[in-house]
Design a protein around this ligand. Structure first.
Ligand SMILES: CC/C=C\C=C\CC(=O)SCCNC(=O)CCNC(=O)[C@H](O)C(C)(C)COP(=O)(O)OP(=O)(O)OC[C@H]1O[C@@H](n2cnc3c(N)ncnc32)[C@H](O)[C@@H]1OP(=O)(O)O
Length: 282
């Protein structure tokens, strides 16, 4: 991975990173000829990319999309990393430790999206399969086009999903029965059902309008105080996994510092003067 200086784009092998709007970054899965299947490079570049974006002062919101015919075909089934381990003649205990290390790294590739304090909007067109569901379940907001279809595919491949779907997806849709139905059957579900269950919040007629809609949303978020936006994401992720009492305590501690930010003063002043607030880089 090579980072360019002033234009602030990165050269990845499997991702295309651009800055289409002020403070907005578009991360595009970029293996269109392989339907954006996730190979070892993609898993490690996603990790590197979101770790970098987490502290990038010119990034306040991210749109995650897929190049070419579909969003993603999920795990690259031809990738050597898992096959080498499972097929090797090594001792079962050693193979288990090796698999454990690799799965943990794969998990981290999507956990960095959740830990990135900048809101991440997934923009899904056509297929989003297997690991794609794990990936977008770690995003903050999901939009799709009307041709989108989704499958929690893992049981069809003989495995329990292990990089976030079983942990995050039921919380996203708030319907445990439906989450189990989809994960246990690997049946396809389509844009309308995804919206009805709350997995996506908007459907657009086609990919072009989807990307525009996602970028518009990202621009709106990017126009707000970065202190407020990042504090909101961090508090909402915390609240999802903790009790109300613990989460209130968390935001108490957070805001005893953050309410002293210049952003609060700037936002209130601009509001009263009916002007657009300007916030320093964070
Ligand atoms: C530790 C484990 C962590 C995570 C585990 C995750 C599990 C999963 O992700 S399960 C999901 C796995 N994915 C699949 O089962 C999808 C398989 N692919 C398909 O069903 C189809 O290819 C398609 C996605 C529906 C697309 O169909 P179509 O548009 O007709 O394209 P194709 O001609 O089939 O494919 C074009 C090209 O892409 C290659 N490819 C597609 N999917 C994958 C994949 N998952 N892995 C590797 N390669 C894939 C396909 O082989 C073709 O390559 P050529 O070189 O052109 O032959």
């Amino acid at each position: 991975m090579k980072r360019n200086s002033s234009s602030e784009t990165w050269d990845f092998k499997t991702l295309k990173v651009t800055r289409p709007r002020e403070y907005v970054v578009n991360v595009e899965l970029n293996r269109p000829e392989k339907r954006n299947a996730m190979n070892s490079d993609l898993w490690s570049e996603i990790r590197a990319c979101f770790l970098q974006l987490a502290t990038d002062a010119d990034c306040r919101a991210v749109v995650l999309s897929g190049a070419g015919k579909m969003f993603t075909a999920g795990l690259d089934l031809t990738d050597a990393i898992l096959q080498e381990t499972t097929m090797s003649d090594a001792d079962v205990g050693r193979k288990a430790f090796s698999l454990r290390r690799n799965i943990a790294l794969f998990q981290e590739s999507f956990t960095v999206i959740e830990k990135c304090p900048k809101p991440v909007i997934a923009a899904v067109h056509s297929a989003c399969l297997g690991a794609g569901i794990d990936m977008i379940s770690a995003c903050d907001i999901r939009y799709c086009s009307s041709d989108a279809w989704f499958t929690i595919k893992e049981v069809d491949l003989g495995l329990a999903a292990d990089v976030g779907t079983l942990q995050r997806f039921p919380k996203v849709i708030g319907n445990d029965s439906l989450a189990r139905e989809l994960a246990l059957t690997a049946r396809n579900f389509f844009a309308d059902e995804a919206k009805e269950m709350g997995f996506v919040s908007r459907i657009f007629p086609d990919k072009e309008q989807l990307i525009e809609g996602a970028l518009d949303l990202a621009s709106t978020i990017a126009s707000k105080s970065p202190i407020a936006v990042q504090g909101t994401k961090i508090s909402m992720v915390y609240a999802r996994d903790h009790s109300v009492a613990d989460s209130l305590e968390h935001v108490l501690t957070w805001n005893q510092a953050m309410l002293q930010s210049e952003d609060v003063k700037n936002a209130i002043m601009a509001n009263m003067q009916k002007q657009k607030p300007v916030f320093s880089k964070l």
